[in-house]
Design a protein. Structure first.
Length: 312
């Protein structure tokens, strides 16, 4: 049994997807569609030289989606459709890529939703008031306790449950900095502040959740052709109204990536393809379940090798 998974923010890289777009007209068409939906040449930023511009949340989110969907278009051109997967899942914004790949949203609507999501998340908390940190070498329960102990009346929550060795906390800058200072004493190998512009996936994102509730309420949705393993519940969902509600909850809720991978493994998934930029999810998956084979698919060679593997 196979699953397709889609990366989240942090995986962006200048030039991502360009060779696939050059090799596959269907992949180029995805970038063109995203450009048209946004009314600007996001592809010029993706394939340009300004990493700071690409890293801006409102650009990174639709850019990563465009890259993932372009790779899916290339796979389809090689005869690999969504019927090759039993489940899809994505890390944070990657859940939107998964839903678009599975036909819940159109590519254009997904681009506009992610642009709005990025802008709303950035606007929810003034720059400098929030922070995020990765805590390494401490299990989920330990990080949960660390966040609670560091909160001291401020917001400090576990934002991402990534794998057995890495969790991410999010909240007010003062509380997250306290947690980083307390991490070693709590048993962590180390903790480090992340170079992010806002405290994602915590209660401070409530204004952005309100924006997304309104935006998602106006977008046409279809049931996904492949069940989507949702971040906040770590199980497959297919009903559009539930998907909509969970996407709103996801803005302030936890990305339960480790639990999602464990759930897929329990259903019989033995092979996961990471579709789009980077290999970060593949690394997490290997640390979660060594019995699951991982394949990162981004370049034209990756696409051809993946198609050949299915034929074999």
């Amino acid at each position: 049994m196979r699953a397709f998974v889609f990366p989240g923010q942090g995986a962006q890289a200048l030039g991502m997807g360009r060779d696939v777009a050059q090799a596959y007209p269907a992949a180029q068409a995805i970038f063109d569609e995203v450009d048209n939906a946004l009314g600007e040449k996001l592809s010029d930023i993706i394939w340009g030289e300004d990493l700071d511009a690409l890293t801006l949340t409102q650009n990174a989110q639709p850019a990563l989606m465009a890259t993932s969907l372009a790779v899916m278009a290339a796979l389809k051109a090689e005869g690999v459709g969504m019927d090759a997967a039993s489940f899809v899942a994505g890390h944070s914004l990657g859940e939107y890529s998964a839903l678009a790949a599975a036909g819940t949203f159109s590519v254009a609507d997904t681009a506009r939703l992610l642009r709005k999501r990025g802008e709303a998340m950035q606007a929810a908390v003034p720059v400098g008031q929030g922070a995020m940190a990765a805590v390494l070498g401490l299990d989920f329960d330990g990080v949960t306790k660390l966040a609670a102990d560091a909160a001291d009346g401020d917001v400090c929550q576990v934002a991402n449950q990534n794998d057995p060795t890495q969790n991410v906390i999010s909240g007010s800058k003062a509380a997250v900095e306290r947690a980083v200072g307390m991490a070693k004493e709590a048993g962590a190998k180390r903790a480090l502040l992340l170079p992010v512009s806002a405290p994602f996936h915590c209660a401070m994102m409530a204004p952005a959740a309100d924006v997304m509730a309104e935006a998602l309420g106006t977008v046409e949705m279809a049931a996904p052709v492949v069940p989507v393993v949702a971040n906040v519940v770590a199980e497959a969902v297919s009903e559009p109204d539930r998907i909509r509600a969970l996407l709103v909850e996801q803005v302030t809720g936890q990305v339960r990536w480790m639990s999602s991978v464990e759930w897929m493994g329990a259903q019989g998934v033995t092979e996961i393809w990471e579709i789009g930029a980077g290999k970060a999810l593949s690394g997490m998956i290997r640390r979660i379940n060594r019995d699951i084979e991982c394949r990162a698919v981004l370049s034209p060679d990756d696409v051809k090798a993946a198609a050949a593997a299915l034929e074999g």
